[in-house]
Design a protein around this ligand. Structure first.
Ligand SMILES: Cc1cc2nc3c(=O)[nH]c(=O)nc-3n(C[C@H](O)[C@H](O)[C@H](O)COP(=O)(O)OP(=O)(O)OC[C@H]3O[C@@H](n4cnc5c(N)ncnc54)[C@H](O)[C@@H]3O)c2cc1C
Length: 475
């Protein structure tokens, strides 16, 4: 590939989900986009080293899917064609809460996507490459190429230092020598391990302020194939953890007739990753339903663990926090406790925010980085507030303790979510916010506050509900 001169050239670091979506956002706004990806992509929909969390349950929320569809029309259908399941909440996902099972209200406002992560990444990559083929922007993806630093100075980033990874085998047999890819705009989408803060220091500027709230959750996941109908319920199953029962499990259908079982627990309750320990753990969650399915399924993968699940945000949106020519998206900007299933949706919402910023001005103008970074931050804010608000009471001593206002909010949100189990009106509000289609302020609307404070807490059913409950639709 002849690397384009930097003037109307953008470089995206990381060709994962956020990186490919950022590339899509840039189409039509620059002459060329180069995506620099450390891994080589696998053939077909297979796991790869650069995205280790991909072994675990990855549900795409409706709010993120809407953003994705706006960026890349037709992606929802492509997911379904690749074997994804659309789970409407709460009718297609039976949830056990602290007060019993959630009613399966026939709401159908939130169709969320269930499929493995390699399918999500593969479909999105394919859609972006197709979109690029029909665009005036040239898109190049440099596989097996690692970004190792930035060029420029404290005030402006002018490119990326890259090297081919050992064994990456660039055509022509070039060795691992560093070279520079010049760019007018660099987008960091290198995920949770982003080195941008260190790279900032090398350029002579301060790293961004970082905030972290860690509920200490660990995941363990195994893929199964049902051996008969008893192992494949007609719904997905979610057993939440709650005070007094801090372990949970989720069992969801994915592609090709397989199911993912993810177990999770807070500190002191981490799920084991050996076969027997994992199976035994599922017997200790708040309801025996999922454990009871195990005789009817056979494992088709080992058990995989994951422990780094903190909510962590780098405040690149603060005034002066990014140099000209540098924007950060996806997990490189903000990671979330995965139990809220928000990260991919925020990557999609962030990419859409980047595109809208580019649409609203004359392309790569001075000051763009800061404006775009603020737009990405606004697209991140709702997810951050809900995740951090819910996790703060369980945070380690190392992260900030809640003040009185936060304790009151936690009390209120807990009361609201428990009433939402049996109240379709409160339930719809909670789902709108947690699926990222409404701002968290909706939880504080006068009608919601009144219902939350005045309604008694009724218990939900004591067994997984088998029937869908009709709800009266608003006129
Ligand atoms: C256990 C777990 C479960 C999760 N479940 C959900 C869920 O249910 N729903 C949901 O929405 N989100 C979920 N998430 C969050 C989701 O995984 C992330 O938000 C999402 O992967 C972010 O995409 P990304 O592209 O920013 O990062 P990644 O997907 O991590 O991609 C980063 C890419 O950058 C590449 N890269 C890294 N460094 C370099 C470098 N120096 N040079 C070149 N390339 C580089 C990597 O190889 C990789 O391809 C979960 C996360 C975890 C940990």
């Amino acid at each position: 590939m002849a690397e384009a001169a930097g003037e109307r050239h953008a470089v995206v670091i990381g060709g994962g989900l956020a990186g490919m979506l950022a590339a899509a956002a840039l189409l039509g706004h620059v002459d060329a986009v180069t995506v620099v990806e450390r891994d080589r992509y696998p053939q077909g929909h297979a796991f790869r080293k650069g995205v280790p969390q991909a072994r675990h349950l990855h549900v795409f929320l409706s709010g993120g899917l809407r953003a994705l569809e706006e960026l890349l029309p037709g992606t929802g259908q492509a997911f379904t064609d690749a074997g994804a399941h659309i789970l409407y909440l709460p009718s297609d996902l039976v949830t056990r809460t602290a007060v019993g099972w959630q009613h399966r209200f026939d709401e159908r406002r939130h169709g969320c996507l269930s499929v493995t992560r390699p399918v999500i990444d593969g479909v999105v990559r394919d859609r972006v490459l197709r979109a690029a083929a029909g665009s005036a922007t040239r898109l190049d993806v440099l596989e097996a190429t690692e970004a190792v630093g930035l060029t420029g100075d404290a005030g402006r980033v002018t490119g990326v230092r890259v090297r081919t990874r050992p064994g990456g085998g660039r055509a022509g047999g070039a060795g691992p020598a560093e070279r520079v890819v010049p760019a007018a705009l660099v987008v960091d989408a290198s995920g949770r391990g982003s080195k941008a803060p260190q790279w900032f220091t090398e350029l002579g500027r301060r790293a961004p302020r970082e905030e972290s709230v860690d509920a200490g959750i660990a995941y363990a996941t195994r893929m199964f194939r049902p051996t008969g109908p008893a192992g494949a319920p007609d719904v997905a199953v979610n057993i939440l953890g709650w005070r007094g029962s801090p372990r949970g499990a989720v069992y969801v259908p994915v592609e090709d007739g397989t199911w993912l079982l993810t177990a999770a627990g807070v500190r002191g309750h981490h799920p084991p990753t050996d076969d027997q320990g994992f199976a035994d753990f599922t017997a200790t969650v708040g309801d025996p339903y999922i454990h009871g399915l195990l005789p009817y399924v056979e494992p088709v993968s080992p058990v995989y663990g994951f422990r780094d699940t903190a909510n962590r945000r780098r405040h690149y949106e603060r005034t002066g926090a990014v140099p000209e020519g540098f924007v950060v998206v996806g997990d490189a900007n903000c990671t979330f406790n995965p139990i809220y299933a928000q990260g991919m949706s925020v990557a999609a919402l962030g990419a859409l925010a980047l595109r809208r910023t580019l649409d609203s001005g004359e392309g790569l103008r001075p000051g763009l980085a800061q404006v775009a970074q603020r737009a990405v931050a606004r697209a991140t804010e709702a997810a951050w507030m809900t995740a951090v608000g819910a996790d703060r009471p369980f945070a380690s001593a190392a992260t900030a303790r809640p003040g009185p206002a936060e304790r009151l909010t936690s009390w209120y949100v807990r009361r609201l979510t428990l009433r939402a189990v049996t109240d379709p009106v409160l339930g719809a509000t909670v789902r709108d916010v947690f699926c990222l289609t409404a701002p968290p302020s909706r939880l504080m609307s006068p009608r919601t506050v009144l219902r939350t404070v005045l309604l008694p807490c009724r218990p939900g059913p004591d067994a997984p509900p088998t029937t869908v409950v009709p709800v009266r639709r608003a006129a």
